[in-house]
Design a protein around this ligand. Structure first.
Ligand code: PLP
Length: 378
């Protein structure tokens, strides 16, 4: 089986798996326990937190809140921030449903939520952003890298534009598809809140985190035992948190070999496809992460292609896995992609574990499936 849907999730790193028995033996205690085992488990949690802050050069200016997923971290950033007197919220049209649908919910509740359009490359349209960025904007949420196309937003530039209009505006960024794949620090970006997810970078599913600049006041969206400084109740997921912290450490250390490797995979994929008779359009060009390729095979319905590839042992994605059952594609449509291209759009996403040989097999598989599909409908 060949896995090319790594933007939806990734395989847990072997080094993380190797440490699990040790973590389970030493730190299975409830970190709220007052006995020694509880205190040791708490110390392990705090050590992971410190490492994650340190890795992003964020230990001076930010706190970090552990959450049950990036979806929850995004909810906390938006719903935890808004107050009765929040005047205007800017959100990009390219956001993952965990931000977009939260923003829609806030709009329903009566908040003034304004959506910023994307340009043809899938990045936030800077002219539209400048126009909508008025001095009454209190909160912005714009993602770092698109899970659909890999488009990279120039976050530090958007932060500068926003803060020059309202120095007090709070800028949240969903960094789920950027973290561990691009190289940056939080001070480089200048954001106020930043979301990450473990399972997108070879950690466990069901754990995320929100970096929050010191001084920003959030209110909890989950109530209970007061964990995480009262911001996220629920016994902390020590295994998951350990996996996130270690995944981040591994990704930072291996960036210099992983990034060029994945760049080569994308280049090879496009080079080999270009030599075939297949008619395709790529929606991941310009300033894009090499980890994601959004591509349409003209005349072929995405879902059928996906199923046919599945039958020959190749897994690819169709847009965000969380929203793959929705019809249409809000993001591609906002970029101005035509309906036939939207309907035939699939997403190939790589990880460090994919090889050049696998990419060759993927292209062979696509030739077979697309030609078979088209020959049936002629
Ligand atoms: N944000 C982006 C950009 C994503 O790609 C995803 C997952 O697809 C999420 C948020 C949600 O992550 P999680 O599965 O941890 O809730």
């Amino acid at each position: 089986m060949l896995f090319f849907d790594n933007a939806s999730t990734t395989k847990v790193d072997k080094d993380i798996m190797n440490d699990l028995a040790m973590i389970n033996d030493k730190y299975y205690y409830n970190p709220g326990g007052l006995y020694e085992g509880g205190r040791d488990s708490r110390a392990q949690l705090e050590h992971c937190r410190w490492e994650m802050l340190y890795n992003m050069c964020a230990e001076e200016d930010y706190d970090l809140v552990y959450t049950g997923s990036a979806t929850e971290a995004n909810n906390l950033a938006l719903r935890g921030f808004v107050k009765k007197n929040t005047r205007k919220i800017l959100v990009s049209m390219g956001e993952h449903p965990s931000v977009y649908n939260t923003a829609m919910e806030l709009k329903q509740q009566g908040y003034n939520v304004v959506f910023v359009n994307l340009n043809k490359s899938g990045c936030v349209d800077e002219d539209d952003f400048r126009e909508k960025m008025t001095s009454d904007v209190d909160l912005i949420s714009i993602m770092h890298v698109s899970n659909e196309t890999g488009a990279i937003n120039d976050i530090s530039s958007l932060v500068n534009i926003a803060k020059s209009v309202n120095s007090k505006v709070v800028f949240h960024c969903d960094g789920v598809q950027a973290f561990g794949k691009l190289q940056y620090t939080l001070p480089d970006l200048g954001v106020d809140m930043y979301t990450i997810s473990a399972h997108k970078l070879h950690g466990f599913k069901g754990v995320g985190a929100l970096y929050v600049k010191k001084g920003i006041k959030l209110k909890p969206i989950i109530f209970g035992g007061g964990q995480e400084g009262g911001l996220r109740a629920g016994t902390e997921n020590i295994m998951g948190i350990f996996s996130l912290s270690k995944a981040m450490f591994i990704a930072q250390g291996d960036w210099h070999k992983n990034y060029p490797h994945v760049e080569k995979l994308k280049e090879k994929f496009i080079e080999l496809l270009s030599k075939t008779n297949l008619k395709f359009v790529i929606h991941s060009s310009g300033n894009c992460s090499p980890y994601v390729v959004s591509i349409s095979f003209l005349g072929c319905r995405a879902e059928t292609v996906l199923n046919m590839l599945n039958d020959i042992g190749i897994y690819v994605g169709n847009g965000s896995a969380c929203s793959s059952r929705n019809s249409g594609n809000r993001i591609l449509e906002n970029m101005g992609v035509s309906k036939p291209e939207v309907e035939s759009n699939i997403r190939i996403s790589f990880s460090k574990y994919n090889t050049l040989e696998e990419v060759e097999e993927l292209v062979q598989g696509l030739i077979k499936v697309v030609n078979q599909y088209l020959s049936k409908i002629v």
